[in-house]
Design a protein around this ligand. Structure first.
Ligand SMILES: O=C(O)c1ccccc1NCC(=O)[C@H](O)[C@H](O)COP(=O)(O)O
Length: 207
């Protein structure tokens, strides 16, 4: 049986966008807790967003080289189902919170992706995103999909520059466990475009 490709919409900042994404059928939403991001949310904003998300949809908290105290503070205040580490966190650090986590690896030309993933055996997924100097994520740029080895044994989440026009091609070429999108379904930074969310979900479903 060919499994359905899961969908995560990242960088949600508004409760209505979360509600729309859930109604459209996404599997997970992402909340950015990286203060320098234009999509960063406060604890209060995150609580308002989470109130629109029913069970069986995973609320993911995204951190970039945050302190353990900062992450604990968010875990205590917000019911996060999954942690996404988007910086240079070690496996030891990722495991410390005793929560399911995914590790983002930012792909740059010539990089040994297998080696970069190597230590994160306990991650429940590896998110491959584009490397851009000075920008840890949410770049809206695709990386070279050909660089991905085809025998990686952890669930792969493809991110970076996906949108309704290219997501089918990504799925057909890479057969990932999931796709992750932020800028490709926005009308402005942090504000999602509901028609683009719907188009994205439909494109994934029709592969
Ligand atoms: O969205 C941000 O501003 C951000 C900042 C710092 C680290 C990660 C960030 N976003 C991650 C994501 O939204 C996605 O996992 C991924 O990068 C896809 O983004 P996009 O290329 O915009 O679809």
């Amino acid at each position: 049986m060919k499994p359905r490709t899961r969908i995560k919409i990242c960088g949600i900042t508004q409760p209505d966008d979360a509600a729309y994404a859930v109604a459209a059928g996404v599997d997970a939403i992402g909340l950015v807790f990286y203060p320098k991001s234009p999509r960063a949310v406060s604890v209060a904003q995150a609580q308002a967003i989470v109130s629109k998300v029913p069970g069986f949809v995973t609320v993911t908290g995204l951190f970039v080289d945050a302190s353990a105290a900062y992450i604990w503070q968010h875990l205590e205040a917000i019911p996060l189902g999954l942690l996404q580490f988007h910086g240079n966190e070690s496996v030891h650090f990722c495991e410390k919170f005793k929560r399911p986590y995914i590790k983002a690896i930012r792909v740059r030309p010539g990089m040994d992706i297998r080696a970069a993933i190597g230590q994160y055996k306990t991650a429940c997924g590896i998110l491959l995103d584009s490397y851009q100097p000075g920008v840890p994520g949410g770049t809206g740029i695709c990386f070279d999909w050909q660089a991905i080895p085809d025998d990686l044994d952890q669930p792969l989440i493809i991110a970076g520059g996906l949108n309704p026009d290219n997501v089918q091609q990504a799925i057909q070429s890479l057969q990932p466990f999931a796709v992750d999108v932020s800028g490709g379904v926005e009308k402005s930074k942090g504000v999602k475009d509901h028609q683009k969310i719907l188009a994205f979900v439909r494109e994934v479903a029709s592969v």
